[in-house]
Design a protein around this ligand. Structure first.
Ligand code: MN
Ligand code: MN
Length: 282
């Protein structure tokens, strides 16, 4: 479904898929560096047409630029490479779509998109708050990524959904800033209205899904959503002006069944279609 050769077929393209195979700061079980390749491989088993969105990937002008070469032992260098690649996409009027990798890879992508869109808003789907100021003394960690993002865009431009794990301090912070919302019908409507016509970056940490349907992730957290809840969320975001997006934290070898990779690939398909339609193409 997602194939590097598409790069040639679909030039110029509206959406650029970038693999960011980095898991240098994960706090528990590593393996997210293998996410992008697993998503591509699993995508072979999926149709290009989405019955729910009534849209076909064959009609979407996207390109898969392959994986970035990232030095696993050097966080700053890896983030710089990701930021440059996202900048490059933005400057060429392509929407960057990052395949992680751990969640920290979202930070440089959001920074790059924010340079172009100062009124950017970010919606994070996640089991975890990711609002620590530091984790074991590190300020650049997947456990701190949304705190760093807030320093770039401001808490008032951030909403978090699916969160069910964090420290007392993180929850106090999120309550103070009113960033938390839920998948309840009325909350999704309110979220859509809050985004309005502002440029939206959608960051999907796949551990938002319940470990029963998505065990292939480094930090699984019980109590998550199912596929249909995610689908409802995406449908409620229809028409949003998506200017950047990512899917992170798939660690494929932690799920021997391969189902987690398929779920991740299906997320990518639906998000590609959503971004394409939001850009006024369908
Ligand atoms: Mn996260
Ligand atoms: Mn998470």
């Amino acid at each position: 479904m997602f194939d590097r050769t598409e790069c040639v077929i679909h030039e110029p393209h509206a959406i650029r898929v970038l693999g960011a195979p980095f898991d240098g700061t994960v706090s528990f079980r590593p393996g997210a560096r293998f996410g992008p390749d697993a998503i591509r491989a699993a995508s072979d088993g999926l149709e290009t047409w989405s019955p729910v969105l009534d849209a076909d990937l064959e009609d979407v002008r996207y390109a898969d630029a392959g994986d970035l070469d990232l030095p696993m032992g050097d966080v700053q260098a890896a983030l710089t490479i990701i930021r440059e690649a996202a900048r490059c996409a933005v400057h060429e009027d392509a929407i960057p779509f990052l395949l992680g990798g751990e969640h920290l890879v979202s930070l440089p992508a959001i920074e790059a998109v924010h340079e172009r869109h100062p009124d950017l808003v970010v919606v994070q789907l996640d089991a975890h708050a990711d609002q620590r100021d530091d984790y074991l003394g590190l300020r650049l960690s997947h456990a701190c990524v949304m705190r760093r993002v807030a320093e770039v865009i401001g808490f008032d431009r951030m909403r978090q959904i699916g969160i069910r794990s964090g420290t007392r301090e993180e929850y106090a912070l999120m309550r103070d800033h009113g960033t938390l919302t839920t998948f309840r019908e009325q909350d999704l409507g309110a979220l859509r209205a809050w985004v309005g016509q502002r440029p939206l970056y959608l960051s999907v940490d796949l551990d938002v899904f319940d470990p029963s349907c998505f065990p292939g992730t480094g930090t699984p957290e019980p109590g998550g959503i199912d596929w249909w809840t995610f689908q409802r969320f995406l449908q409620s975001m229809a028409g949003c002006r998506i200017v950047g997006l990512d899917v992170v934290e798939l660690a494929p070898q932690l799920d021997a069944s391969g189902c987690s990779s398929v779920l991740a690939a299906k997320c990518v398909r639906e998000m590609l279609l959503c971004a394409w339609m939001g850009a006024g193409h369908a």
